[in-house]
Each structure stands twice: as C-alpha cells, then as structure tokens.
Design a protein around this ligand. Structure first.
Ligand code: SF4
Length: 215
C-alpha cells in the first residue's frame, strides 16, 4: 500500500496523527468523489476506545455536515449502541470512503455504494486511522466495510455475526448497515433487527473483556 503518512510518523499522540490525517483528507483529490463532495467526513469518537465501527461512506446528511452517521441511519446507530449501554463517545466511528458517492437520478443526487477504485484510493486513510487508534475490535457495518477489512468475498447475509481474526490480534465482526435495516419492513425488519441485536451483544461482550484486560 502506498504511504500517505510521512508527516504523521514519529512521536505524535493519536489525536495529533488523526488531526494530520483529517487535514490530508480535507484536501484530498485521490479519486473523483472529491469533485462532488461538500465536506469530507473523517471520523469521530474516542481514539482510545478498543472498539472501532467502520461503515460504507458518507450519505447526503453526512456530506452536508461533515459528520459520520447523522440523519435516520445515525439515529438508528445510536439506538443500536444504546441497546448495549454504549454511546458514540465510547467508540470510534469512521467509513471506508471519506467523501459521498452519489449518482444523478430523477433530477437530484442520490447516494450510491462507493466503487472498488474509490475504496482502494481511500484505503490509506482508513489504514492510517487503524494504525493511529490500534482498535482491538472492529465492527464492520455493511458489506463494503467487511470486504475491505475482512475478506474481499465477504457475503453479509451469510458471514455476518462471525468473528474473524485480523492482523495484530484484532478481532472483527460485520453486521448489517443501519441504512439497510431502515429499508426493511414487516417480518424482514423484525428478523434483521433480531440478528443485529445478537451481533451487537457479541461485540459488547468483547468490548467489556477488552476493557477488563486494560485494568
Ligand atoms: S473518497 Fe477518499 S480518496 Fe476519494 S477524494 Fe475523498 S478522501 Fe480522497
């Protein structure tokens, strides 16, 4: 992987490393998503948390505010975290791409999944966040994050809810993205919520054990 981190090597704190990376992202033109973004969306939360959540990319609301997971999907993520007594301040949240991927449809710009080339172009920033934060647990929200961090052939319906061992002793799991949950209805919605609930229980148990080991 190419390195963007010459300016952040050395004895800086996690916060300093992340601030420098965020500065680089704010002026990045490594892929065409730079042409249509309003704001870059770098990440937020506690850089000392053992748990990092990685989603797909900014949508319309995130592009407008520069913050990850705002709007309805963000509210649902808050509810999912609250179900296991966590808040955004307890975790670090970011995405695989830092700029909104959109497509013109019916006279307006609609969110779309980022393309592989866009994810690859942005990957050094995600890797930089991982190097700075050194999470012990990663929860991938949706298939693009799981394919980037766990396995390029990851199938979210089949492979979610399982633990995967990544380099450096990091444990990773994937679950459904909150935006996907919001697109479900009826029995599908109930089933999807039940599966996410189960996944998040597993994540919370691992988070608690990581905190215990730090004491
Ligand atoms: S998505 Fe990532 S690589 Fe593409 S322009 Fe934005 S910050 Fe740069």
């Amino acid at each position: 992987m190419d390195s963007l981190f010459d300016a952040v090597e050395g004895g800086e704190s996690r916060e300093e490393r992340l601030a420098e990376l965020a500065r680089q992202v704010s002026v990045c033109t490594r892929c065409d998503l730079a042409l249509t973004r309003t704001n870059t969306v770098f990440g937020t939360g506690d850089p000392h948390s053992p748990l990092m959540l990685v989603g797909e990319g900014p949508g319309e609301n995130e592009d407008a505010t520069g913050l990850p997971f705002v709007g309805r999907a963000g509210k649902l993520l808050d509810d999912i975290l609250a179900a296991v007594d966590l808040t955004r301040q307890d975790v670090y949240i970011t995405n695989v791409v830092k700029c909104r991927a959109s497509v013109a449809e019916g006279g307006r710009m609609k969110n779309r999944q980022p393309k592989t080339g866009e994810i690859n172009a942005c990957n050094p920033y995600l890797q930089g966040q991982l190097e700075a934060i050194k999470p012990e647990i990663i929860l991938c929200l949706g298939a693009p994050a799981a394919r980037t961090l766990i396995d390029k052939n990851f199938k979210i319906t089949k492979d979610r809810g399982k633990w995967y061992d990544l380099e450096g002793g990091v444990k990773a799991m994937a679950t459904f993205h909150p935006a996907y949950i919001l697109r479900q209805s009826g029995e599908d919605l109930r089933n999807t919520k039940r599966l996410v609930w189960k996944d998040v229980q597993g994540i919370y148990a691992e988070y608690q054990s990581a905190l215990e080991e730090r004491r």
